[in-house]
Design a protein around this ligand. Structure first.
Ligand SMILES: Nc1ncnc2c1ncn2[C@@H]1O[C@H](COP(=O)(O)OP(=O)(O)O)[C@@H](O)[C@H]1O
Ligand SMILES: [Mg+2]
Length: 396
């Protein structure tokens, strides 16, 4: 295999993300691939699933499989120390006592940034064929997966400005106020911190290396959430390559008490297959016992993947593409399940702002589109098509 394969597992809380991520990692390792599995969920249930202790530097689970449990506090101290001590100064200046200031200076979302930088360094180390990531539930995962985009936007556009600004006003400010002003070392630390994430976006949105597997249960609300999730993932350029329908009632259950449940499951399963087509839907039944420990996870993975290669790219799609149509260019953004009324578009210089529901992405336009103007946009099936024409053509 060339390059490290990255597999992300996500879905609503409790659907079986940790279980399927663990089982998939095990299957990859059993196939002879050097595999590491980590979690971005602070709940740390990976160790429980394997029933082995995991450390922040990684611990062996089988000869080919390692697991890592991030220790955010430990990471904070080495990566974030300078920034944190500046924040503590500011909070202390504002009248907070030292303990409060220390607690407040831990910015939410840092765990996620550390996980991102870990994924990147695992992928670059040459040590691993496969990196399996057990993601936190939906909302955190969207925040997590939109982070590389937001951060690179901030670092490219805002950070240099801020740095120049602070440099210019620092001498004046220190004369008129006792508010601690961020020194160069804070900016350097921020830069270094960000550099650890440089390239993470390219890595995670490269559909030849990274794909997302959506875990669902045959339940209305779970499926509804998975649909929204797939829209947002696509907006941010992530490629989903399979849906995992977990906890289906087994055929063997014939007790009449379960009849209504079985009918409901069958109905939801066909809704999943129709709705997410052409994505493959992998099925997993409700097991007779909790899926804990290597043996049970291995058996679960066998049923889940059957003859399939768990590390393969199970489906290919292009979330974002540019097509030439006559003299015009059309930017196509796959937005499965997106509702026309939930969409907003705007153009600022060489960026196209796309909002879907509560999420927004600034898509930096490729060179071929930069000098053209937007002539119109429409949804065609599950795809947003934005037409770009020569400037000055002034079509409505
Ligand atoms: N197909 C299944 N059959 C039986 N138990 C399952 C199945 N999938 C998950 N579980 C159990 O359900 C619980 C929650 O699963 P988990 O993978 O931790 O969910 P998540 O990570 O999505 O919150 C665990 O105790 C797990 O062993
Ligand atoms: Mg979990």
């Amino acid at each position: 295999m060339s390059g490290t394969r990255i597999l992300l597992f996500t879905g609503k809380g409790g659907v079986g993300k940790t279980t399927t991520a663990a089982a998939t990692a095990l299957r990859c390792a059993d196939a002879g691939l050097r595999t590491i599995v980590l979690s971005t969920d602070p709940a740390h249930s990976l160790a429980d699933a394997f029933d082995v202790p995991l450390t922040s530097v990684g611990s062996p689970i089988t000869p080919m499989l390692w697991g890592q449990q991030l220790d955010a506090q430990e990471r904070l101290e080495d990566a974030w120390g300078e920034i944190q001590s500046y924040l503590q100064d500011v909070l202390g200046w504002a009248g907070l006592d030292a303990l409060e200031a220390e607690e407040l200076s831990v910015i939410p979302g840092l765990d996620e940034i550390f996980s991102l930088s870990d994924i990147k360094s695992f992928a670059e180390s040459g040590t691993w064929d496969v990196v399996v990531v057990d993601c936190a539930p939906t909302a955190e995962t969207i925040r997590f997966l939109s982070l590389p985009d937001v951060l690179s936007w901030y670092m490219e556009r805002i950070f240099p400005m801020e740095r120049r600004l602070v440099k210019a006003v620092r001498p004046i400010l220190t004369r008129v106020t006792s508010l601690p002003i961020a020194g160069e070392e804070v900016f350097d630390a921020t830069r270094r911190f960000y550099d650890r994430l440089d390239g993470v976006r390219e890595l995670l949105t490269d559909g030849e290396r990274t794909t997302v597997r959506l875990v669902v249960n045959p339940e209305r609300m779970v499926i509804a959430e998975a649909r929204r999730l797939s829209t947002y993932l696509s907006l941010f350029g992530y490629q989903v390559d399979a849906v995992i329908a977990n906890r289906l009632l087994p055929e063997a259950i014939t007790d009449p008490w379960f009849k209504a449940w079985k009918d409901a499951h069958a109905e939801h399963l066909s809704a999943i297959e129709d709705g997410f087509a052409p994505l493959p839907v992998l099925r997993a039944e409700l097991a007779p016992e909790e899926l804990v420990g290597v043996e049970r996870l291995r058996a679960f993975a066998d049923l889940l993947y059957g003859d399939r290669d768990a590390a393969a790219i199970l489906h290919r799609a292009e979330p974002l593409s540019v097509e030439r149509r006559g003299g015009d260019y059309v930017l196509r953004i796959e937005l499965p399940f997106a509702d026309h009324d939930d969409l907003d578009l705007g153009r600022v210089d060489d960026e196209l702002l796309v909002r879907v529901g509560p999420y927004r992405r600034g898509i930096v336009l490729p060179d071929s589109l930069k000098r053209r103007s937007v002539a119109g946009a429409r949804m065609v099936d599950d795809r947003l098509e934005v037409t770009f024409v020569e400037q000055g053509e002034g079509r409505p």
